[in-house]
Design a protein around this ligand. Structure first.
Ligand code: CUA
Length: 336
């Protein structure tokens, strides 16, 4: 156990062992084409920092002990300067920082220039979920990509600054409202990896989590076709549940009766709802539709008017499916 830990610690500093996944004591697995280079430079800078930290602190301690004041001692005249010593401590760090700049700049250029044949996925960050739009218009809450193919992300934000962070790919890019941020990567191994928001963006920042699913060769197209046809292949209730999960609704609305940022949707259909302006309404298809498209029109009492509009982001059949799903949330069926 200790031996494995030590080995991991050692590989963190020295680089990875040839046959493992590239993970180390403090690094996740290396699953993109740039991961190895990023880790190498990180370890290079870390090694330099550790070396000079020890050199300086050890020398300091030795000098403090060796030259401490002794009874009856008078100070000697100290030499004004030492050319050889001063050149050494200037030239060596200069070479090191130039080396770090060259490696870092080369890596930066590689990471900011996607290959021209890259597959494009549109990303949108919003308090507090991610949505990924594929070239055929299908939107998912997870990022699905084929293995061994460059993927270009064009990213925007609906509200505040978010930051898309995929540790296993060593990819991190701020997503700023009012402009497009770009990032690219090429995954090297099929599997499921974490995707985080790395910029504090409010109450549920830590829930702004998605997955990256890297599909094996040939399986991505099959997945995309199947996923895109969900309105035709699923019942309206199931399609509505899927939309509720992948389009960011469940980040703020529970289906078990507990209040989150927004009211719970358990038994919502047909309920008499108190509104913020003091009036009441019976929840029907029209009220749900209005609340999706114009969330601020009639806000439920006790909740902040913070829901973003889904105008232009959900089609009519999709809204119908969501309404059918809400009708099924009557408390009698076993919903999660
Ligand atoms: Cu989005 Cu933190």
């Amino acid at each position: 156990m200790i031996a494995t830990g030590l080995l991991k610690l050692l590989t963190a500093v020295t680089g990875s062992l040839p046959d493992d996944d590239g993970s180390s004591f403090w690094m996740p697995p290396q699953v993109s084409t740039v991961a190895q280079g990023v880790d190498w430079l990180f370890n290079f800078i870390l090694a330099i920092s550790v070396f000079f930290f020890l050199l300086i602190v050890v020398a300091m301690v030795i000098f403090v002990i060796k030259y401490r004041y002794k009874e009856g001692q008078t100070a000697e005249e100290s030499p004004t300067h030492n050319m050889a010593l001063e050149l050494t401590w200037t030239v060596i760090p200069l070479i090191l920082v130039i080396a770090i700049f060259i490696f870092g700049f080369k890596g930066y250029l590689d990471m900011s220039t996607p290959p021209s044949n890259a597959y494009e996925v549109l990303v949108e960050g919003q308090k507090w979920n991610w949505s990924f739009t594929y070239p055929n218009g299908y939107i998912d809450s997870d990022l699905h990509v084929p293995v061994d193919r460059p993927i270009r992300l064009v990213m925007g934000s609906q509200d505040v600054i978010h930051s898309l962070y995929i540790p296993a790919f060593r990819v991190k890019m701020d997503v700023v409202p009012g402009r497009y941020a770009k990032a690219w990567f090429q995954a090297t191994k099929p599997g499921e990896y974490d995707l985080f928001c790395a910029e504090y963006c409010g109450t549920s920042h830590s829930d702004m989590i998605a997955h990256v699913i890297v599909h094996p060769v040939g399986e991505f197209e099959t997945w995309l076709e199947k996923a895109s046809n969900f309105l035709e292949t699923m019942t309206p209730v199931d399609a509505g549940r899927k939309l509720f999960q992948v389009r960011g609704c469940q980040q703020c609305h529970s289906t078990d009766g507990s209040a989150k940022t927004g009211p719970s949707l358990l038994g919502v259909f047909g309920r008499t709802q108190n509104l913020a302006d003091g009036s009441t309404i019976t929840v029907d298809e029209n009220y749900i539709r209005e609340s999706v498209l114009e969330p601020q029109a009639r806000v439920v009492a006790g909740f902040e008017p913070v829901m973003p509009t889904y105008q232009g982001r959900l089609s009519d059949p999709e809204i119908m499916a969501i309404i059918e799903y809400f009708k099924a949330l009557d408390g009698a069926s076993s919903e999660e």
